[in-house]
Design a protein around this ligand. Sequence first.
Ligand SMILES: Cc1ncc(COP(=O)(O)O)c(C=O)c1O
Length: 433
Amino acid sequence: MNEKHTELLAFDRENIWHPYTSMTNPLPSYLVESANGVHINLATGESLVDGMSSWWSVLHGYNHPALNKALVDQSQKMSHVMFGGLTHAPAIELCEKLIRLTPSGLNKVFLCDSGSVAVEVAMKMAIQYWISKDLPNKNKMLTVRNGYHGDTLATMAVCDPVNGMHHMFDQVLTKHYFAPSPTISMFDQWDAKDTEQLEAMFIEHHDNVAAFIIEPIVQGTGGMKFYHPQYLKTCRELCNKYDVLFIADEIATGLGRTGKLFACEWAEISPDIMCLGKTLTGGYMTLAATLCTNEIAHGISNTEAGCFMHGPTFMGNPLACAVANASLNLLETTDWQANISRLEQHMKTHLLPLKDHPRVYDTRVLGGIGVVELKQNVEMAEIQKRFVEMGVWLRPFGKLMYIMPPFVTTNDQLDQLINAMATILNEDNCFKD
Ligand SMILES: Cc1ncc(COP(=O)(O)O)c(C=O)c1O
């Protein structure tokens, strides 16, 4: 590391917040110079195989020529114009694609800034819809434990209230209704008992519930659990039966990660509202979308306000839309499903057997997601350092080591990630007692 790098890191450590680490005694940050394909290149010269897709967002790899070109071309026309009173081809093209690709019935698109905002927009849509029906008391959310939907105040209120990261805010968060989380895994025999308590909550509270919100099939940050599609199907039925809107938070699962284009497809359901983010721009920049049905959009437009009460400054940012279009074009013209099933098969063969290690509680694989659930918490700074030494970028949390590599990762690169995890399992100093 040269003097300039040392200076940059010293400033960073002293002045810049990083996610979920102390400002006074932060975990180390590694200085990145560039990223290419599936590699993150550090200023110190190491080239790391990325197992995280920069938190579920990178699909086709870093520094992709088609995505770069889309950005450069668009920047030469306009990087941004306000969306109030103006519109443009990149946003129109993107919304046309999203309507075409998402499950049927989702015909109206609200473009917004980030996943958390997309979820807030979804919740506001649901509440405003019931106001239009003269049912303003239907303003709570029903959800399940172990969920994660974002870090803003409104989204924290639908994250797991106990095991989540936000329980210290309990006093200020809106109180919603929480059913037990699904317990039957995608790979086990379905038992209708799993939704009994959920139905009881629908029966008891539906008069006050605007929407039911859930991450379809994969509870991500809340434990990387894959639950049974029948659970999701029953959620849809319960929403219909008790007149509650269904919000599918596909921010982590959308656009192929589970092996289906949308995780809702595992249960062959369409939600009333769907949130997308993360992968939308192929991991290039922040953009999210909340889609809803005509019925909801018409209802909202019939309220006293006559419109939906939300409108971010960077709504429909042309650069973000242009790169999203390029990413979706690539997805549509490449055999992403073959890539995901290759990754899945490879992880099933090489990652699942890590279950036999005494430190491991469980291993599971779905689509492009591989999880090693541990019996102990990881020692973050140490494990991160060791992964970097082994040439991989992985960021475990709590008792979870997991990979969700870019779709274009080769089997050899995947082996590097899995071998690094296998090696780490034997290193005592990487785990808490
Ligand atoms: C399911 C889900 N919803 C919402 C979010 C929040 O997205 P963002 O971090 O872009 O605000 C996340 C982020 O991890 C997520 O996984």
